[in-house]
Design a protein around this ligand. Structure first.
Ligand code: MRU
Length: 356
């Protein structure tokens, strides 16, 4: 594997050469099996997003955009019917996962592209434009990850432990990753970093996916149960923490995978820098503060059943918020493709209309 391939990491989706099929690495089967789904229609695509076959804010957006452009190939040559089908598909995809704003950015780009085509555009022109917009979205997300990796790598220690939560790697993006991209780049620069991957209950994106990605690419990683982070911090084994984001409010509050807030509080207590890496598409200037970010509540079976076995007594309830909100005051720095900001700087950039 060349250094460039190692920085890019695995590519979790690709479009077949004839443009009619979306190949998707099924992340539910990792790390034991590398299984690829073949998607051509909207409903299986929507279900793949809902059931976490693909997950991670930027990857969801890329796959939704590409999948819609591909599905549109099968919707006939009547431009009026085609526009109607595209609108229905946009609506279905908007109801898959509510928290990550990137999905809504990509869907808005497709809707705007459709609206700005001349009224007499034929079906071929509509399809070509949708595919063009989807490709542009994917290319932009990949470029953002490469830029974030460059901006963020100098923040990490030359040697020591770096804790991360959930999976923010190539699997969660169009390649490279956000927080994990920063770690990849730091490793490529020769920094002797040991990654602590929180297992990330209940779906185990850290244990299954982050560990798989980093091990595959030769970056030292150890998995820890989520409740071990404080102990390792108290022992001086963690020099920095870096995570991704699903939505950043205008005041800098960050929604990310459940458990992120706990890590931030622990870092604050132990005076360990806590960084968030996210592309500008993850910023939602329309949401003033984190409390207004919609938080997905997932199926309670994810809590009750583990490894195919019931872990809780029948009749006992559970809670399963998939994300939490970390207040801006706990965040040392935001790594974006436009550079690194503190909370005040980010707020100013957002208020200055620099969003998207
Ligand atoms: O539920 P998931 O697996 O989609 O949650 C993913 C996360 O919380 C990531 O940290 C976030 O999407 C950033 S990924 C680059």
């Amino acid at each position: 594997m060349s250094p460039d391939d190692r920085l890019l990491g695995v590519r979790p989706f690709r479009v077949a050469d004839d443009g009619r099929t979306l190949h998707l690495l099924d992340q539910r089967a990792l790390p034991t099996e590398e299984r690829w789904l073949e998607l051509r229609e909207i409903e299986p695509l929507a279900q793949a997003i809902e059931t976490l076959a693909v997950r991670g804010a930027p990857a969801i957006a890329c796959v939704a955009a590409l999948g819609l452009a591909i599905a549109a190939r099968g919707w006939g040559d009547d431009p009026i019917a085609l526009r109607r089908q595209v609108s229905a598909a946009l609506d279905r995809l908007a109801h898959t996962r509510p928290t990550a704003v990137n999905l809504f950015v990509a869907l808005r780009e497709l809707a705007d592209a459709l609206a700005s085509l001349p009224a007499d555009a034929d079906a071929g022109q509509i399809r070509a434009r949708l595919r063009e917009v989807a490709d542009q979205h994917v290319a932009r997300e990949l470029a953002s990850c490469l830029a974030m990796a460059e901006h963020g790598a100098p923040l990490l220690p030359d040697a020591g432990g770096v804790l991360t939560h959930c999976n923010t790697g190539a699997l969660a993006t169009a390649g490279v990753g956000t927080a994990l991209g920063v770690i990849r780049r730091a490793h490529a620069l020769g920094k002797r970093i040991r990654v602590f991957a929180d297992e990330t209950r209940p779906v185990l994106q850290g244990a299954r996916l982050t560990a798989w990605e980093l091990h595959r690419d030769g970056i030292p990683v150890e998995v820890i149960a989520d409740n071990m982070a404080g102990f390792l911090m108290a022992r001086g084994e963690v020099q920095a923490a870096i995570v991704g984001a699903d939505r950043i409010a205008a005041n800098g509050d960050v929604a990310n995978k459940i458990g992120t807030y706990t890590v931030a509080v622990l870092c604050h207590h132990h005076r360990i820098p806590f960084y968030v890496a996210a592309p500008w598409t993850t910023i939602d200037p329309a949401i003033a503060a984190g409390a207004a970010i919609p938080i997905e509540e997932r199926d309670h079976l994810e809590i009750h059943v583990h490894g195919g076995r019931r872990m809780t007594p029948l009749g006992v309830g559970a809670r399963n918020p998939a994300f939490d909100v970390t207040p801006a005051a706990l965040i040392t720095g935001y790594v974006t493709e436009r550079g690194v900001f503190d909370a005040e700087g980010l707020r100013r950039a957002i208020a200055g209309g620099a969003a998207r």
